[in-house]
Design a protein around this ligand. Structure first.
Ligand SMILES: C[S@@+](CC[C@H](N)C(=O)[O-])C[C@H]1O[C@@H](n2cnc3c(N)ncnc32)[C@H](O)[C@@H]1O
Length: 292
């Protein structure tokens, strides 16, 4: 097992372990993790460096249920488990099949829709405009797939959240006087989160992993849970370390497992470089939110 560990410039420690997450999870003490943010392989035939993403469905779901059982054990009573999952047009059931397996172990407290691309207009008949990136799908059967899920799972279904930490300003400022709860110009964002990928020129150099999420995704999950209640964050499927990067920027401790030595090295390198050159978190968020 290879270990990488570094103190973050804003506090917290980032520790990455190159090992199978089930083995790693089994070594953790019960109730020792406050927030899990992760995206497991979806079993859709993605070409990872070593992991084979094409197992018989039952075997795959049984394995993820076992991981889920361990996550429940290590999660604190008031903890949050944010599980990012998606399907593909020819296999759209994956996120729901995973959820069905986790149902005996968790309450589904929130369903968040991670919107990667969207087309909007400011009113009927007004010009439409589009934001974000998507992978075009040809043919006549399917729509372009522009979103994934983030299932917010908890032990009790009653975990208090810091909704305004990811809140948005009121569009109509007259709400400020009208609603008793509206004491400042911020309201709950709701469960549709528009988080586009950055525009990139070279996939190999800038996104050298086939299935990452943008850093703003774990960042928003952590803020929503409430940063002051986070002692330790876990990502059992770390990839190239996006959750760890969010933790570094927010100054919270993080533990990550990644089975692939190549991705593990990339994650360590990404964290090392971010620790040496650390933009303030507001700037980091803005970089992720630049429209294409
Ligand atoms: C969907 S990717 C996660 C990407 C990550 N969210 C990011 O932004 O970089 C899933 C990762 O899980 C890793 N993986 C697969 N099986 C694993 C296991 N048993 N233990 C730890 N990691 C595993 C794969 O190598 C892959 O990098």
């Amino acid at each position: 097992m290879t270990v990488f560990s570094i103190d973050g410039p804003f506090g917290g420690t980032i520790t990455l372990l190159q090992e199978d997450c089930l083995a790693g999870l089994r070594r953790l003490a019960a109730g020792s993790v406050d927030v899990v943010v992760t995206s497991p392989p979806y079993n859709l035939g993605v070409r990872y460096a070593t992991y084979v993403d094409d197992r018989p469905r039952e075997e795959y779901l049984g394995w993820l249920e076992e991981v889920g059982r361990e996550i429940r054990r290590v999660l604190a009573e008031e903890g949050s488990f944010f599980l990012n999952a998606g399907g593909k047009p020819t296999d759209p059931w994956v996120p729901f099949d995973i959820l069905a397996r986790l149902r005996p172990h968790f309450r589904l407290q929130n369903v968040i829709h991670w919107i990667k691309a969207i087309s909007l207009s400011r009113g009927h008949g007004l010009e439409e405009f589009s934001l974000g990136h998507y992978k075009p799908i040809g043919g006549q059967r399917f729509l372009h797939d522009c979103h994934e899920y983030v299932f917010h799972l908890t032990k009790t279904g009653r975990v208090k959240l810091d909704r305004l930490a990811v809140g948005v300003p009121y569009q109509d400022k007259s709400n400020l006087g009208r609603w008793k709860q509206a004491t400042r110009d911020k309201r709950c964002r709701g469960n549709t989160w528009f988080i586009p990928y950055d525009t990139i020129q070279s996939r190999e150099k800038e996104r050298p992993h086939p299935a990452t999420f943008p850093v703003r995704l774990p960042e928003m999950c952590l803020r929503l849970h409430g940063l002051e209640r986070v002692r330790l964050v876990l990502d059992p499927f770390m990839g190239i370390g996006t959750t760890a990067l969010a933790c570094l920027r927010l100054g919270v401790s993080c533990l990550g497992f990644e089975i692939d030595p190549h991705y593990f090295e990339m994650a360590a390198d990404r964290i090392r470089r971010a620790a040496a050159h650390h933009p303030p978190v507001q700037e980091a968020i803005w970089t992720c939110m630049k429209p294409s």
